[in-house]
Design a protein around this ligand. Structure first.
Ligand SMILES: [Zn+2]
Length: 368
């Protein structure tokens, strides 16, 4: 399903609730729809198996071991004769465990949550349709444009600021129209749950666990969401204040997931460390995009004293051999493999280490 040749581009933006639903809902062969994460649990402390309907549920996200369901039955993957293709007892499909890298789940929010990261620009407007929004802003901008300067510096500056604001608002509305995004998508009713392999839990010791912050935040969201659902459904005489404060808690937890600290104090763990949100995973120098997608760091580097080289032409620069080999190691390795002098990268590297002089030919070929 995930193929590096298909995924030629990456876009970060808003998606429709329908899209979230198609990503995360899965219909089992018996017609049952799974995908909703309802329990804040991860693994059972005794059996070490994922909890059903929890954040690592095999029924929702797929089996941990390829072709083996939660009760331990095994089927050959892709076998046409075998039927059904999922276990009738536990509901886990007999598929490759790689599915856990891209199968999403969802949380059904008891209260619509604003996507604070994107909505703060638009919320003042109160206008849900970008077309109308654009027209209104244009009319107002034209009116202001036709007005004569009043001579009062304070008033003129106020008008200028309003005009700038209108321009920004029109840009945003145009963006919505151009990309076919509806502003109402900024309010979430379904919250996507990241595939479990992208937010792993590791056991270091018997009882020590290392978990991604994302899991911790999801856990809180589910707790708070379940409490709110209970307040809204089971008890009739719940004071309104209690419901409002629970809604706020839920909004806070979702904010922490999308961008921790965007609204006031960031959410912290027991050691007072700020949780890493989804935005933190993406943005910045150490974020997913710049660190692993846009460029790859190599660990070859060298440093030397600069000296004059009378035999070199103006556009050329000489390098000490050792440094050249180190610096162009990737190319040297490629050539050694291409010329069948080494079978793989490891062998090529050790060859370079052993007899640096032999590789000189390669280096001069490439760097020349
Ligand atoms: Zn089973």
């Amino acid at each position: 399903m995930i193929d590096r040749y298909i995924h030629q581009q990456l876009r970060i933006g808003l998606v429709s609730p329908q899209q979230i639903s198609t990503w995360s809902k899965k219909i089992l062969p018996n017609g049952e729809i799974v995908g909703e994460v309802t329990k804040p649990y991860t693994f059972h402390y005794k059996t070490n198996k994922p909890e059903k309907d929890g954040l690592f549920c095999e029924r929702i996200f797929g089996p941990i071991k390829s072709g083996i369901c939660a009760c331990g039955n095994y089927r050959v993957i892709g076998d046409q004769k075998e039927d059904p293709k999922f276990c009738e007892q536990c509901g886990v499909e007999f598929v490759d465990s790689r599915i856990r890298r891209y199968q999403m789940g969802y949380i059904k929010l008891a209260y619509p949550i604003r996507n604070e990261k994107l909505s703060s620009h638009l919320i003042q407007s109160g206008c849900p349709v970008p077309d109308m929004f654009l027209d209104y802003s244009l009319v107002e901008w034209k009116e202001l444009e036709e007005e004569e300067p009043t001579g009062n510096e304070w008033e003129d500056r106020k008008v200028g600021r309003r005009k700038d604001f209108l321009l920004r608002r029109m840009e945003l509305a145009k963006h919505f129209i151009r990309t076919n995004i509806e502003p109402k998508w900024m309010v979430l009713c379904l919250l996507p749950v990241l595939p479990p392999e992208l937010r792993p839990i590791y056991h270091i010791d018997e009882d020590k666990l290392v978990t991604s912050d994302i899991n911790e935040i999801y856990r809180r969201i589910i707790y708070r969401n379940n409490t709110l659902t209970d307040l809204l459904t089971t008890s009739i005489a719940t004071p309104e204040e209690l419901i409002i404060s629970q809604e706020k808690l839920l909004q806070e937890a979702v904010d922490a997931l999308l961008d921790n600290g965007i609204c006031g104090q960031p959410m912290r763990d027991d050691h007072n460390r700020v949780y890493k949100s989804l935005s933190d995973v993406i943005e910045g120098k150490e974020g997913r995009v710049r660190e692993t997608l846009l460029g790859k760091r190599v660990d070859y580097s060298g440093r030397s004293v600069i000296v004059v080289g009378p035999s070199l032409a103006l556009h050329r620069c000489g390098l000490p051999r050792e440094i050249a080999i180190e610096l162009f190691q990737a190319f040297v390795i490629r050539d050694l493999i291409r010329k069948h002098l080494a079978s793989n990268i490891g062998v090529a590297k050790s060859q370079i280490q052993k007899k640096k002089t032999d590789c000189m030919g390669n280096t001069s070929e490439n760097s020349g």
